[in-house]
Write a protein that binds this ligand. Structure first.
Ligand code: SF4
Length: 645
């Protein structure tokens, strides 16, 4: 019995330890994910902690205010030196910092709480109340704040105490939060889930508390940090003018005495340096906290250092300068291309060992469900994929040039001139304030084409004609064009330098079926005219059947099958392709349509063996352990399935 109890206790202890380690691991993981917030909070807490220690120094200051020799430079006994009144400057700093923080915190909290209240009432209830409150806030913000604070502070003839100073600053600190939080509430109020709550009869008060407030919390926290910073700054401003608490060693009052005694001119650097450093540390900590809170409110800002940067190529450099497996008809060849996205939960295997070739003047379709890695691959070919993506392995040969070995400057020259992209949602990529002519001209000029106005006009007119647009379109802005016309303009830009390869990533996804067909017809015509090869990325099998000559089928970042389009539709070899085609509506098929059972796997944790085995009706034991390689079943037809024949 005793042994059972002992072993139970041991298990309990080890479970506690495991729980503690797990918590520690998660805390460390969080620190790694949001270092700004952690660094800022640690710095701020250290400054706050000085208030506890500081109280002892205050006594020290009070007890012996002139206990050291005045104007002593730093030494072992006086690490910060002394000021003209003979005060130990280390004691002044340790006692003064928490007082300045107290002013900032009181004024910041009052500002955000009162400002939020005004913002909620104004934005949520609208009407005359909103107009009135907005008017008061707008007028308040137009008046120079520091001037108003000076007037208020001067109304207290006996001088302000620390708390009074905080209240004076708070009297204006609510204005800015009131305006910015109102804007946030207005945006949230129009969100669909709020509309649904309203339609379902939820009272306004409950909508604010349950739906709006939780979504606003990170923003409110960021506003609070901003308010504290502004309050500290305002209080220092007033104190430097001599309007602060004369008997308190706040940072602002220390600066006042420095100024009063002309410490800078007299070269007493040890007097003015510490308050400057403390102010610097305080604002750095508040800034870091604010950045960290912004990242919580808007997760897209995370990894902001990496975001926007092009993905790193971490694969080993290619072996030589000549494409070793090129066939004379190949324009583009991908060889074992592998791309991962680094996430806090591990790498996402977005593109895994993709190999295929694009022939001269060929139209190659790439299909697959959402998240199968098609767009990642398209962007990788353009070398436009952004961090946290990482090109882990493989080669991309554009004829005899390995794109992954090129410096970015060279790649810039190649884009548009030799390889162009019609990106997903590219209609929105047109600049709304530039005429179409100028948007076409930018690409030409960037590639060193110096055209006279007449030559440019001719060139633009001819490009527009190629995509079926009238010359007048050159003078228009994007908002004057329909969706189909904008898409034609994007195609005109893509072909403006007659590239060898065009990658079109779902170019017609936002258009209706009739316009889709017209655009694809136009695209086919211009592709034939300029002799380019095209990779069309999409998931519309019908569109692919009409446009492409060969099809590649992707699943979970892998290529499952590549075959000529007719052959692929006539006799799909891979079980995934078979299911994909059988789920298409057809005039011959009657009865209920069924989709592919199950869901695509998480690319963070891909299944072992064949990635399709959890959904494959033909899966056998071998499929769970052995990865099927792409095998050539007949010329021009490759399949990644153990049993395909
Ligand atoms: Fe299905 Fe096995 Fe073929 Fe994968 S290898 S597609 S699981 S039969």
């Amino acid at each position: 019995m005793a042994t059972i109890v002992e072993s139970g206790a041991r298990r309990g202890r080890s479970a506690d330890r495991a729980g503690l380690l797990d918590m520690l691991g998660r805390a460390l993981g969080y620190c790694r994910r949001n270092p700004s917030l952690v660094v800022g909070l640690v710095m701020f807490m250290l400054l706050l902690l000085s208030s506890t220690i500081g109280s002892r120094f205050v006594n020290l200051l009070d007890a012996r205010p002139i206990s050291v020799k005045p104007l002593q430079p730093p030494s072992w006994t006086l690490p910060f030196g002394s000021d003209k009144q003979g005060r130990d400057l280390l004691a002044v700093m340790v006692a003064g910092t928490p007082l300045t923080l107290r002013i900032g915190l009181i004024a910041g909290f009052i500002g955000v709480i009162f400002g939020s209240f005004i913002a909620f009432v104004s934005a949520y209830y609208g009407g005359w109340l909103d107009a009135l409150l907005r008017g008061v806030v707008d007028v308040g913000l137009t008046i120079p704040g520091l001037m108003v604070l000076i007037v208020i502070a001067m109304m207290v003839p006996s001088g302000l105490s620390v708390e009074q100073m905080a209240l004076v600053v708070a009297s204006l600190a609510w204005l800015y939060p009131a305006r910015t939080i109102r804007a946030q509430v207005l945006t949230l109020r129009e969100r669909s889930y709020i509309q649904v709550s309203r339609l379902s009869g939820m009272p306004g008060r409950m909508i604010i508390l349950r739906e709006i407030l939780p979504n606003l919390l990170p923003y409110l926290a960021a506003s609070l940090v901003g308010s504290i910073s502004a309050a500290v700054l305002a209080s220092i401003g007033l104190e430097v003018l001599g309007l602060g608490p004369m008997d308190a060693p706040t940072i602002g009052m220390t600066l006042f005495w420095i100024n009063y005694n002309a410490a800078v001119i007299n070269g007493w650097w040890w007097w003015w340096l510490p308050p400057i450093v403390v102010i610097g540390l305080l604002f750095i900590s508040l800034f870091q906290i604010s950045v960290g809170l912004d990242e919580i409110a808007n997760p897209r800002l995370r990894k902001s250092v990496a975001a926007g940067k092009l993905a790193q190529v971490t694969r080993k450099q290619g072996g030589g300068h000549v494409n070793p497996k090129a066939s004379t008809s190949d324009v583009l060849r991908l060889e074992n291309l592998t791309v991962y996205y680094d996430t806090p939960r591990g790498p996402v295997h977005a593109v895994e060992e993709i190999t295929f070739s694009l022939r001269a003047q060929e139209r190659f379709g790439l299909v697959g469900e959402s998240g199968s890695g098609k767009s990642s691959m398209a962007l990788t070919i353009m070398r436009l994929i952004k961090a946290p993506a990482r090109i882990v392995a493989g080669d991309i040969w554009l004829e005899n040039v390995n794109l992954l070995d090129l410096p970015e400057a060279k790649m810039k020259e190649l884009r548009l001139a030799q390889i162009a992209l019609v990106a997903q949602g590219s209609m929105n990529s047109l600049n709304p304030v530039m005429r179409i002519r100028d948007q076409i001209a930018v690409g030409l000029a960037d590639h060193g084409m110096k055209l006279t106005p007449n030559e440019l006009e001719e060139r633009v007119t001819s490009l527009l004609a190629k995509v079926g647009l009238a010359p007048q379109v050159a003078n228009m802005f994007p908002h004057e064009l329909s969706g189909g016309m904008k898409q034609r303009v994007v195609i005109a830009i893509a072909i403006s330098l007659s590239p060898k390869v065009i990658i079109a990533d779902e170019p017609t996804s936002a258009l209706d079926v009739v316009v889709q067909r017209q655009i694809m017809e136009t695209f086919k015509n211009v592709q034939t005219e300029i002799g380019a090869s095209v990779i069309l990325v999409g998931h519309d099998m019908g569109l692919m059947a009409q446009f492409a000559q060969r099809l590649g089928v992707m699943y979970a970042g892998r290529l499952m099958e590549v075959a000529p389009v007719r052959e692929l539709f006539r006799q799909p070899r891979h079980p995934y392709t078979q299911l994909l085609i059988s789920s298409l509506p057809s005039v011959e098929t009657k009865g209920q349509f069924t989709g592919i059972p199950g869901l695509p796997p998480s690319l963070l944790d891909v299944p072992t063996g064949c990635v399709f085995h959890p959904r494959c009706p033909l899966a056998a034991d071998r499929c769970r352990t052995e990865v099927p390689k792409l095998r050539e079943l007949q010329p021009d037809l490759v399949v990644a399935c153990h049993f395909a024949t």
